[in-house]
Ligand binder design. Structure first.
Ligand code: NI
Length: 181
């Protein structure tokens, strides 16, 4: 199967799962699939600028990365449809809701670091995509915390993908402008 076919299968699966939750991109009227396709776009461009990068694997994980966290999708279902390696990768990218909120990101990053580098790349791409104009209801403290968390992701996933690390570093610097208001 070619990359385009993997992409189509994964985006249709994920889009339907997120639509069932009526999930939108936070702070917008856009369907959640816009976030997923943006993460996949970052991965496709990073793949062109990286060596030893399994683009078929990474693009599927990018499109599926929030299915376990935000929808009714189960690990078994993902494993059956996309294989156990993709399912395990998505699981590493999923926050453990049983932990206190303050520990969830660190725990997920620890699990991501045990996965192959494409999973690190999806996490970097996810935060790059999310460092846009913050939702209107966010106060300055929330924005500062979000930028700080992005810096943690960049530090913890150092060595994951040089191209995406550079992009995230740039987006973190650009985010400064939202902290002034
Ligand atoms: Ni995401």
């Amino acid at each position: 199967m070619q990359t385009q076919s993997y992409y189509q299968k994964a985006i249709k699966f994920a889009a339907l799962k997120h639509v069932e939750q009526n999930q939108l991109v936070p702070g917008t009227k856009l369907p959640y699939v816009v976030h997923l396709s943006n993460v996949a776009m970052e991965i496709l461009i990073a793949a062109q600028n990286s060596t030893d990068f399994d683009v078929d694997f990474a693009v599927q994980v990018a499109l599926l990365h929030d299915t376990l966290e935000d929808t009714t999708t189960t690990l078994e279902e993902l494993s059956e449809a996309f294989g156990p390696t993709i399912a395990e990768g998505v699981l590493a990218l999923t926050k453990n809701g049983d932990l206190p909120k303050s520990e969830q990101m660190g725990d997920s990053l620890n699990r991501i670091r045990k996965q192959q580098k494409e999973i690190w790349a999806v996490k970097l791409a996810d935060r790059i995509t999310n460092l846009q104009i913050p939702p209107q209801h966010w106060d300055t403290a929330k924005k500062i915390a979000y930028q700080k968390e992005a810096i943690l992701i960049l530090e913890e996933l150092k060595g994951g993908n040089a191209f995406l690390e550079n992009r995230l570093r740039l987006k973190i610097a650009e985010y400064e402008k939202y902290l002034q208001t």
